[in-house]
Design a protein around this ligand. Structure first.
Ligand code: XMP
Length: 513
């Protein structure tokens, strides 16, 4: 997928790098996050309009600090350093960095000067700081453009050379006017047109799939989620149903009636060639006795690939299409940050896989979720499908805590269906990013009628978010929660307690496992 103009974000391991990319794309500018060591020859092409150097956990004077050469300043495009990126610029150009006596974390009042990066920004504005080190002496020829109580050089620039640095994080929402600063950089300083729209890339993405596959045949994993649906619909446009077989694997870990709904919708609405493989026995057997979350994911991921391979052999396909999106790659540790959970569709292929590495087609791997949805709508996929809540590849396996059994799955499905039905009835579904029930694995004592019960404790979760990277627990109305509790305990045998999870992300994650 090539854009006519782009900004490259060089990743030094900062926590908010994905947010930088999101903000830049929201401004209508295509951008990519690359490892800081990616060879310049691979990305410094005619489309390049600017470079952003991200934050990171290191100190520029640290032994293994990631560094760049000064050729970055000779590319002829503006460079913006954020946090560590600013300190690196400073060091490369002969300034000094010091460890501040008092670090700055969180909301901080910034005073700005008249400077290109701060056009349209208040003289005083709140920004998000997260640093120990700071610039003590800027390089020669640089002006100081902003300061805070504890950071005398909170932003600097050499406009003539096109080099800018900020100590704070404009990409984080807490930086109240951060978007305006990024807009100034991307549109005014770099001169980008700001006309990138993911849906305008559909034609090119279709061409890319055609070019990659040649006259080969493709098997695709279709889960019913937004990502795989959009990937399949796109590939179907590129290849047609004769060369694209979508495999819907029922791993026995789906929600109530899910298989039926997915098959109906995809066959009739999208005209996809869908094969339904009921592999529930195999999956549940392989998961017998397994309690550790990562092990569950690995088993499921590996078995998924085996099932796809069997289908591929059957139909003579040697390409595998997946709905991997940009955050999956980044969250799986592609950008140098810690791996929290291994998503099965990234890096889950065994070494002896039938599918060669260059035969894995991931047409959405550079898109964010909202962009995938825009592409989905552009492809004519019905709205209710495009706006479906995300559902994890390992399905209910990561929502049954501890060992998975058929009885637990059945109880969880029933609880989940009641919960979703009540949220829908209360008109709350549209405001929620994800909502689901979890079978906690904890059994508790209760009393029903005059009898003692010893049953499962179920947790309900509902979160709001716009990217799944950070979430808040939804503040559901008490009466709705109470109705769910009484219906679940009354209607689902074996469950005698219901709790509501109000943990955000961080410190939690959306799924319990
Ligand atoms: P967490 O739990 O990490 O989830 O906050 C972030 C988003 O990813 C979904 N999720 C997965 N999706 N395979 C997937 O395809 C997985 O292994 C997986 N684990 C979590 C989760 O539902 C949420 O939308």
């Amino acid at each position: 997928m090539a854009a006519t103009e782009k900004i490259v974000i060089l990743d030094f391991g900062g926590q908010y790098n994905q947010l930088i990319a999101r903000r830049v794309r929201e401004l209508g500018v295509y951008c990519e996050i690359l490892n800081y060591a990616a060879p310049m020859a691979e990305w410094a092409d005619a489309a390049l309009k600017g470079v952003i150097l991200t934050g990171g956990p290191n100190s520029v004077y640290g032994e293994n600090a990631p560094r760049l050469g000064t050729e970055i300043f000779r590319l002829g495009v503006p460079v913006l350093g954020i946090c560590y990126g600013m300190q690196l610029i400073n060091d490369l150009l002969g300034g000094t960095v010091e460890s501040a006596e008092v670090g700055e974390y969180g909301h901080t009042l910034l005073t700005t000067e008249d400077a290109p990066l701060f056009e349209g920004v208040g003289r005083e504005t709140v920004v998000f700081m997260n640093h120990n080190d700071r610039v003590s002496r800027p390089p020669q020829g640089f002006t100081v453009d902003a300061y805070t109580a504890n950071c005398p050089v909170a932003a600097f620039s050499n406009a003539e050379k096109g080099v800018y640095g900020v100590q704070f994080h404009p990409e984080v929402r807490h930086s109240v006017e951060g978007v305006q600063m990024l807009r100034n950089f991307a549109l005014k300083i770099c001169g980008c047109a700001g006309d990138y729209r993911a849906e305008d890339m559909i034609g090119r993405m279709i061409e890319d799939v055609r070019a990659r596959v040649g006259d080969g045949r493709v098997v695709a994993g279709l889960s019913g989620g937004v990502d795989s649906s959009v990937a399949c619909a796109l590939a179907n446009r590129a290849l047609g149903p004769d060369r694209l077989t979508c495999v819907f694997v029922d791993h026995g870990l789906l929600r109530k009636d899910e298989a039926k709904q997915v098959l109906e919708t995809y066959r009739s609405h999208l005209g996809l060639n869908v094969v339904h493989v009921d592999a529930s026995e195999r999956f549940l057997d392989a998961l017998k006795g397994v309690t550790e979350p990562e092990q569950k994911r690995k088993i499921i991921g590996a078995l998924f690939v085996r099932v796809f391979e069997e289908e591929a052999r059957r139909i003579g396909a040697d390409y595998l299409l997946q709905g991997t999106i940009y955050p999956d790659r980044i969250e799986s540790g592609m950008g140098g940050s810690a791996t929290i959970k291994s998503h099965h569709n990234v890096g889950g292929l065994p070494k002896d896989s039938l599918f060669k590495k260059d035969h894995i087609i991931e047409p959405l791997s550079l898109l964010f979720k909202d962009e995938v949805r825009a592409v989905g709508e552009g492809l004519g996929i019905p709205r209710e499908m495009v706006w479906r809540q995300p559902f994890p590849g390992p399905g209910l396996a990561v929502r049954v805590i501890g060992e998975i059994t058929r009885e637990k799955l059945e109880a969880l499905r029933a609880c989940d269906a009641i919960y979703l039905e009540e949220l829908k009835r209360a008109g709350l579904s549209d405001q929620i990013w994800q909502s689901f029930a979890v079978l906690t694995g904890v059994r508790t004592v209760g009393c029903m009628g005059d009898d003692r019960t010893y049953g499962w404790c179920v947790a309900l979760r509902a979160v709001t978010s716009d990217d799944a990277m950070t979430v808040e627990a939804a503040e559901l109305p008490y009466p709705v929660l109470k109705r769910c509790v009484s219906r679940i305990i009354g209607e689902v045998p074996g469950v005698n307690r219901v709790v509501y999870d109000i943990t955000g992300k961080p410190p939690g994650t959306i799924e319990w496992e």
